[in-house]
Design a binder for this molecule. Structure first.
Ligand code: UP5
Ligand code: MG
Length: 192
């Protein structure tokens, strides 16, 4: 059997990863797995041993140990019964990358990394707006956002650079409108 196909979707907080993944699902039939959504879901499960640990990381914009995140991603892949995945917001640091390489790299085919490049100001404004509109996310506040941006610059950008060296990164200007960004995305996904 062919290996499942994976596209990593990376970009700063509020870059539009979730929004564009939803568009890709609709038009190209991928399954969307947001690592952040999987962690929030796990956090909210009654009786989970990880709830507090996950919430502390989310509020502080730091990154949950890969053993937890990678297991959630693998389980969601297996439970879906599908074979094309958008893995959104992962891998975001060296620990994530190494854990993925240990556990998953041989089991899947990584097609490419979709990198939504977005300016810090735009990222912050979008998340603050979402918070003001009642997202309920405990990290959509200025204090958490500053930490999320810092982690993104210090820990996640080196992962993007790692994949750039492997010629696997497709970069998009994500400061633009949702349909403008998606037009570019379509050009990338159509030939697949
Ligand atoms: N919006 C989107 N696109 C727009 C556009 N082009 N123009 C105008 N508005 C646009 O979008 C954010 C908001 O902006 C929405 O209101 C949207 O309508 C609007 P969204 O699509 O949600 O952006 P996204 O990039 O998905 O932003 P998100 O906040 O989800 O990104 P983060 O990477 O910060 O959040 P994530 O959920 O991935 O992670 C949260 C935390 O979980 C992390 O900080 C970390 O603590 C933890 N985590 C881990 O520890 N490990 C992981 O592997 C993953 C997460
Ligand atoms: Mg998201």
């Amino acid at each position: 059997m062919a290996k499942p196909k994976v596209v990593f979707v990376l970009g700063g907080p509020g870059a539009g990863k979730g929004t564009q993944c939803a568009n890709i699902v609709e038009e190209f039939g991928f399954v969307h797995l947001s690592a952040g959504d999987l962690l929030r879901e796990e956090r909210n499960k009654p009786g989970t041993e990880y709830g507090e640990m996950i919430e502390t990381h989310i509020r502080n914009g730091t990154i949950v140990p890969v053993e937890v995140t990678c297991a959630l991603i693998e389980r969601a892949m297996n439970n879906s019964g599908k074979d094309k995945f958008l893995v959104d917001g992962f891998p975001r640091n060296k620990d994530n990358l190494e854990g993925w390489q240990r556990e998953m790299e041989k089991k899947v085919e990584l097609l490419f990394v979709l990198f939504l490049k977005c300016s810090e100001e735009v990222c912050i404004q979008r998340c603050l707006k979402r918070g003001a509109e009642g997202s309920g996310r405990s990290d959509d506040n200025l204090e958490s956002l500053k930490k999320r941006i810092q982690t993104y610059n210090n820990a996640t950008m080196p992962i993007v650079e790692h994949y750039k060296e492997l010629n696997l990164v497709k970069t998009l200007d994500a400061d633009r409108t949702i349909p403008e960004v998606f037009d570019n995305i379509k050009e990338i996904f159509k030939p697949l």
